[in-house]
Write a protein of this length. Structure first.
Length: 88
């Protein structure tokens, strides 16, 4: 979905923290909204937002579980879909 909406999407690792069988990554996501995103036509606007991913690896070395959060509010504000301002 994101690759279709942001053809130049970059996901740059800012921190990687291993802990046992899990790895936490803090990622900076940037791109230009040049494709359909959740029914929103392309705006041509640039976005810059943060994401955090946690991945659990099995003994086989493969990822078995993933949890992720991203600053969707910041992304949608930058696209003009959500007004700027203090959180409600």
């Amino acid at each position: 979905m994101y690759m279709g909406a942001y053809s130049d999407l970059r996901m740059d690792l800012e921190d990687v923290l291993p802990s046992g069988d899990k790895v936490v990554a803090r990622v900076r996501c940037t791109g230009t909204h040049d494709g359909d995103f959740m029914g929103m036509p392309p705006t041509g606007k640039s976005v810059d937002f943060q994401a955090i991913d946690i991945v659990r690896f099995g003994d086989d070395g493969l990822a078995h579980e993933h949890w992720g959060v991203l600053d969707a509010r910041a992304m949608m504000q930058q696209l003009g879909a959500v007004p700027e301002g203090a959180p409600a």
